[in-house]
Design a protein around this ligand. Structure first.
Ligand code: PMP
Ligand code: GLU
Length: 387
């Protein structure tokens, strides 16, 4: 008999649909996959070579649970240079992906019945992680008219005595929301006023468009920094999804608790990956701007095509990440029906919005080539005309 906890957890729609689209491609079907939540470019050569060298040098044993000192030092420097955050190694925990970092943070902050504020739409794993910790996800609605953003007034309406954590994600998955400094500062004030922790998921930090600059919520004051767990990782910025490496920065007490949790669960993340990640920090700003330009060009092309499908499909222009969250209410279909029919009838895979909290939306990932994007959009357009 499974535990109550296990029974309550849903599978990850993003991972499942991406896997079934890949399976169809392997079977020789001409599927256009807009599902994937991972960059389509290869892991940079310097990173791969550092991984190979680590293996050849026999760096293949256990490391300290929370990460090798050199990598922690490099993360401290990164957080200072990029995010104006002054941390030391005792604040840093390296884990097996940002997903793992968020999971760990929730495990050490949440007791049974504690409430976690989650703005809707949300990345599919947040509510499940909260449930696994015995907590209660409290969904905070947003609207496309207000750019899918929460503000202190909306958050305040959802506060109770049990509110413990707010999960923020900027740039966001699934809708590419990028919070501005003044908006984050106001949310930081609210967290400080009510003594609420903020888990700030900054995994898409480097994929940001229109000249916008990413701001870390912990950078506003010591008070918010003490309450914030800043999460980042290597998957999206360096196309290292399969290497599994993420990290967080938090108060030493939280970091130490997470280190204990890792001691008894995963132990250290892969030694080889940690060495490879160290090499990732040698990449310069040009590397990121080249990637940003490629994603921005794709985004602009997609929205120029979606503009021709108005009435059936709406969207809010994403300012970061590599997803566009499309309003399909004009088709009168729910998101699973839309995604299932589109895959069966036109061999185009995308992710239904329901697991992100919005059943009249679907998520289209543009982490795929321009050629595939054109082909996929041609198919969607033909399909919509005949509906
Ligand atoms: N946060 C968000 C919003 C994501 O989309 C992802 C992608 N899987 C992650 C965290 C976790 O990334 P990873 O575990 O690969 O570092
Ligand atoms: N974060 C990505 C996505 O949303 C990868 C899949 C996952 O880990 O959920 O598609």
């Amino acid at each position: 008999m499974l535990s109550k906890r296990a029974k309550e957890v849903s599978p990850s729609a993003t991972l499942q649909i991406t896997a079934s689209a890949s399976r169809m491609v392997k079977e020789g079907k001409d599927v256009v996959a807009f599902g994937a939540g991972e960059p389509d470019f290869d892991t940079p050569v310097v990173i791969k070579e550092a991984g190979i060298k680590a293996i050849q040098a026999g760096f293949t044993k256990y490391t300290p649970t929370s990460g090798i000192p050199e990598l922690k030092e490099a993360i401290v420097k990164k957080l200072k240079d990029d995010n104006s955050l002054a941390y030391t190694s005792s604040n840093i925990i390296v884990s097996c992906g940002a997903k793992h970092s968020i999971y760990n943070a929730i495990q050490v902050l949440i007791d049974d019945g504690d409430e976690v504020l989650i703005p809707v739409p949300f990345w599919v794993s947040y509510p499940e992680m909260v449930k696994l910790a015995g907590g209660k996800p409290v969904f905070v609605p947003t609207s496309s008219k207000e750019d899918f953003k929460v503000n202190p007034a909306i958050l305040e309406r959802h506060l109770t005595k049990k509110t413990k954590v707010l999960v923020l994600n900027s740039p966001s998955n699934p809708c590419g929301v990028v919070y501005r400094a003044n908006e984050l500062s106001a949310i930081a004030d609210l967290c400080v006023k009510h003594n609420i922790y903020c888990i700030s998921d900054e995994i898409y930090e480097k994929i940001i468009f229109d000249g916008l600059k990413h701001v870390s919520i912990a950078s506003f004051s010591d008070a918010i920094k003490k309450l914030t767990v800043t999460v980042n990782g290597f998957s999206k910025s360096y196309s290292m999804t399969g290497w599994r490496l993420g990290y967080l920065a938090a108060e030493p007490e939280i970091a130490a608790a997470i280190s204990n949790l890792q001691d008894h669960s995963t132990s250290n993340p892969s030694s080889i990956t940690q060495r490879a990640a160290l090499a990732a920090f040698s990449l310069d700003e040009k590397f990121f701007s080249d990637i940003r330009n490629i994603f921005q060009e794709r985004r602009d092309y997609i929205i120029s095509r979606l503009d021709k499908m108005k009435g059936k499909i709406g969207y809010k222009k994403p300012e970061g990440a590599f997803y566009i969250f499309c309003d399909i209410s004009g088709t009168k279909m729910d998101s699973f029906t839309f995604a299932k029919r589109l895959l069966e009838e036109k061999l185009v895979a995308l992710i239904p919005g329901e697991p992100f909290g919005c059943d009249d939306y679907v998520r289209l990932s543009f982490a795929t080539s321009m050629e595939k994007i054109k082909k996929g959009l041609d198919r969607i357009e033909e399909w919509l005309v005949k509906l």
